[in-house]
Structure formats: C-alpha cells, structure tokens
Design a protein around this ligand. Structure first.
Ligand SMILES: [Zn+2]
Length: 299
C-alpha cells in the first residue's frame, strides 16, 4: 500500500513555549565551565548569508515521542491491547519475530496494534513523519539552578546544576500523514490538540511545570486521489477493494465536513488547504472521536 499515495495531510505547525522548555541534548555535559550542565539540544545550520551557526531546536523525534506516548495513553484507556508495550510479550515486534521471516506487508499491518499501525514498528512503516522544528526568530533562553533530591533521604542526590531553558521562542516544522484512515487522523488530531491545550508537556522536568507549550496550526493541506465534496476521504474509501480487504481497512472511511471541497490539482490528485488555525483545529476536532469508533470495529 505504501507504494501508492491515496491521501495525505501536510500540516505546518509552530510550537510556542508557555512555561520554560528544556529538550535535553543527548551529549554529556560540556567541559566548558561557562556552559550550563543541562543544555538545550542544538544543531548546526546554514544561514541565508552562507554562514554556519548553532541553534536550539526541537528534534522531530522528540515531538514524535511525546505524540506517540500520549496517543498510546488514549488507546490504553479504551483497552490495554490497542497499544503494545515494546519490551513486553505482547509487543507487536516480538509477535513478528516469532513468525516465519517471509510475512506479507498486509499481514504485518493487520496483526499490529492500533498504535503501531499509525506510528510504525520494525515491520511496518509509519504513517506519520515529523520534521525537526527550528526557531523562527532568535529564541530567548536563560540558566536555571536545579538540584535532584534523593526520594528516600531527602538529601541532594545530584547537583546543584544549571539548566538551560528556552523561555521565549517559536519553533516551526511540519507533520505529514500519509495513507491514513479517518480514525488515524482523529487519533493524531486528538493527541496534538491535547498538547496544544497544555494537557501534555514536552521535554525535561515536566512534573515541575516545565514544557507546557501552545501549538499553532499554521497551514493544513489535504490531498486525495479522488474528488472530495464536503468530506475528508480516508484510505479505506480510496484504496481498491482488494487492498482494503488485505489491510482490513475500515468501510465507509470518510468524514463529512461541510464546506471542505478538494479541487483538482493535477491528473491524479484533488487538494484543499487552509491557513486558519481555528479552521484546522475544527477539522482535527471533528475527526478526533472517530478513532474510538474505528478501534472498536477493527478489533
Ligand atoms: Zn504494537
């Protein structure tokens, strides 16, 4: 199925910290005494003038980890079996390892849990790609003083150390969702809206109130391999019947959305877009309840 593109959502987002944010670098603390012990992760990039500079950024893998973990929490709230535990016996990966080597792609997909169907595992590709998020302007950061307290003795276990937190920034990036069912769009939307509403935090020291963010939906573009009037079309609606059967895709995989009309883009695709944050939130919120319905029907 991944050889063909039936539908796609291209979502441009901006993440704006509401409380100090620290996404830790994986590297050990620098020996440079002027740098904080716990630094914000940085990457090198070329500026328009051709110079190379170092900037703080949010790795796509960090955002993806938070979104997947929250989506899994939502799924497990419905039933434990909908999101496997990677290290446990019930992991989709382990089930795959125990089978013969030659397992068809559709069977791996069919037999994976709902979380793995959307976010992938070693056997099946993810439907969701997240880019790294770069600051749109020079971010403001500051050093915070921190200690880790030993839970038992109450003594200082680690520290004191400095935390480098970003206090004012706007990180921009993209999320791309391909060959999605309406339920998968809904689950991704539900997880993003919860982060956007500050229910789920990002990065280090979340329990101490760090990492609350706002998500701004800058632009959304839907693309479908078919004409779509007042509707978002899922892959179950767009893929041929034999593919739908092999992958056990949902029937009637579309969401009625008044006024959402995709116009012809080229010989293959119809597309519709919006740069209204309010409009995009509405689309995601309308799709959100559908994951519950879909999970119940598929399992
Ligand atoms: Zn799984």
């Amino acid at each position: 199925m991944h050889g063909r593109l039936y539908n796609q959502l291209d979502l441009e987002i901006a993440i704006v910290p509401q409380t100090p944010l620290l996404i830790k670098s994986g590297q050990k603390a620098s020996i440079d005494p002027t740098l904080p012990d716990m630094q914000f992760v940085r990457t090198r990039r070329r500026t328009p003038s051709g110079d190379v500079d170092e900037v703080v950024y949010i790795p796509g893998s960090s955002l993806r980890g938070v979104v997947r973990a929250h989506a899994e929490r939502l799924l497990r709230t419905l039933d434990e079996k909908h999101a496997c535990l990677v290290d446990a016996k019930r992991s989709c990966l382990r089930q795959k390892d125990q089978k013969e080597d030659e397992v068809s792609a559709d069977r791996l997909y069919r037999e994976s849990c709902y979380a793995c169907k959307l976010f992938g595992n070693t056997g099946i590709a993810s439907r969701v790609q997240m880019s790294d998020l770069y600051p749109a302007m020079e971010p403001l950061s500051e050093s915070r003083f921190g200690v880790a307290i030993d839970r038992i003795t109450g003594a200082v276990a680690v520290g004191p150390f400095d935390l480098e937190v970003v206090t004012d920034a706007r990180f921009e990036g993209r999320i791309v969702l391909r060959n999605f069912t309406i339920g998968q769009l809904g689950l991704l939307g539900a997880a993003l809206l919860d982060i956007a509403d500050g229910l789920v935090a990002l990065g280090h020291a979340k329990s101490r109130g760090l990492g609350r963010v706002r998500i701004e939906f800058v632009r959304a573009q839907f693309r479908f391999a078919h004409e779509a009037k007042d509707a978002i079309l899922g892959v179950g609606k767009l893929a041929p019947e034999n593919v739908g059967n092999d992958y056990k895709l949902p029937d009637n995989d579309q969401l009625t959305v008044q006024g959402l009309n995709a116009a012809r883009r080229d010989a293959l695709y119809h597309q519709v877009d919006s740069d209204s944050d309010e409009q995009i939130r509405k689309w995601l919120a309308e799709a959100a309840p559908r994951w519950v319905q879909e999970v119940r029907n598929v399992s």
